[in-house]
Design a protein. Structure first.
Length: 118
């Protein structure tokens, strides 16, 4: 069983910053990749950013240049630093883990709400 503990969401004004964190725990022997997805009302879930065990990163178009993803391998914790936030960044953000066990699409956390509004 795998558990993902997300934290750091909230309300921020446009132009502000937030930092999301997600700690993975459970019965997996090896972590391949962690990342963040988001879903706004009426939209499909989309990739925000991902990072492999070797720290190779991929960013979705909306995150490029504003968000930074990082991974603490020893703690199985992924963080997402979000700067210059815009109202269109408002969504539920989901942590994702792809590991040595589990489905191909990996595991998703419960989600944390990020709201960008003045």
């Amino acid at each position: 069983q795998v558990h993902l503990e997300e934290s750091g969401g909230g309300l921020v004004q446009p132009g502000g910053s937030l930092r999301l964190s997600c700690a993975a725990s459970g019965s997996f022997r090896r972590l391949f990749e962690m990342g963040w997805y988001r879903q706004a009302p009426g939209n499909e879930r989309e990739l925000v950013a991902s990072i492999t065990e070797n720290h190779i990163t991929v960013y979705g178009g909306s995150a490029e240049g504003r968000f930074t993803i990082s991974l603490d391998n020893a703690a199985s914790t992924v963080s997402l630093q979000m700067n210059s936030l815009k109202p269109e960044d408002t969504a539920v953000y989901y942590c994702n883990l792809k590991a040595s066990v589990g489905p191909k699409e990996g595991y998703f956390g419960q989600g944390t709400q990020v709201t960008v509004s003045s």
